[in-house]
Write a protein that binds this ligand. Structure first.
Ligand code: PEP
Length: 248
């Protein structure tokens, strides 16, 4: 049985006030017993969140990390530092980083390995653009991104990775993949993993991301291969995020 995971990616949004609001709202929240909930604020808010979320089920994630553990990398944050602040998860390969900061599959791999090295759970983000979907190459693109990382990991490392399928055309656009579209790709990712190891494929946690909200979450999360969600815009409102967690 895979534990559902709902992760809220705040991107470059939020404030100390929002951290406090989440801390208060989730301290008294009644949530399903077996669910992991992760809030992923900008780096600067991680320490405040660590304190504000103490009496809540909320765990912490980071939006990226440097592949090195320390050194002359001005402006960067390492996995080791994240661990010191009780961060458990880190996004790697988010489409905004791939596009705006030109992160390549190779750099995504290096970051993911750095995360595994220090015991962070990487959430590997993959997904096709609209042009790639229209050209019929969705599965090819997604499996290239997944394969570039997973094929080079040791079996024990593969078990630590969470994969988020986020069609780029659905991120921040209000246009969600249909549950059938999402399920089709998820099943393809799981089948690819089964090529390494069927028990790993069974255990692999797969999240859907792309305009998930309180109204569409239940239907998406009901798909057999969707184990949770990576939520952007709707994770910035306590009520919406809470409602999505309730659907898991
Ligand atoms: C995301 O940033 O990963 C995301 C899914 O954003 P949104 O939910 O806003 O589409």
């Amino acid at each position: 049985m895979r534990t559902p995971l709902i992760a809220g990616n705040w991107k470059m949004n939020g404030s100390t006030a929002l951290i406090e609001a989440f801390g208060s709202a989730f301290a008294s929240a009644t949530l399903p017993a077996h669910i992991d909930i992760v809030v992923i604020p900008p780096f600067l808010y991680l320490d405040a969140a660590r304190h504000a979320f103490k009496n809540t089920p909320l765990q912490l994630g980071a939006q990226t990390l440097n592949p090195q553990h320390s050194g002359a990398h001005t402006g960067e944050i390492s996995g080791r530092m994240l661990k010191e602040f009780e961060v458990g998860y880190v996004l790697v390969g988010h489409s905004e980083r791939r596009k705006l900061y030109r992160e390549t599959d190779e750099q995504v791999f290096d970051r993911l390995v750095a995360a595994l090295d220090v015991g962070l759970t990487p959430i590997l983000c993959v997904g096709e653009t609209l042009e790639e979907r229209d050209a019929g190459s969705t599965m090819q693109v997604v499996l290239r991104q997944v394969g570039h990382v997973m094929a080079r990991l040791e079996p024990a490392q593969r078990l630590q990775v969470v994969i988020a399928y986020e069609p780029v055309w659905a991120i921040g656009t209000g246009r969600t993949a249909t549950p059938e579209q999402a399920q089709e790709v998820m099943a393809g990712i799981r089948a690819y993993q089964a090529g390494f190891d069927t028990s790993l494929a069974e255990q692999l946690k797969l999240l859907y991301g792309g305009s998930m909200n309180a109204s569409n979450a239940a239907e998406l999360l009901a798909q057999p291969d969707i184990d949770g969600g990576l939520v952007g815009g709707a994770s910035l409102k306590t009520n919406d995020f809470y409602a999505i967690c309730q659907s898991a």
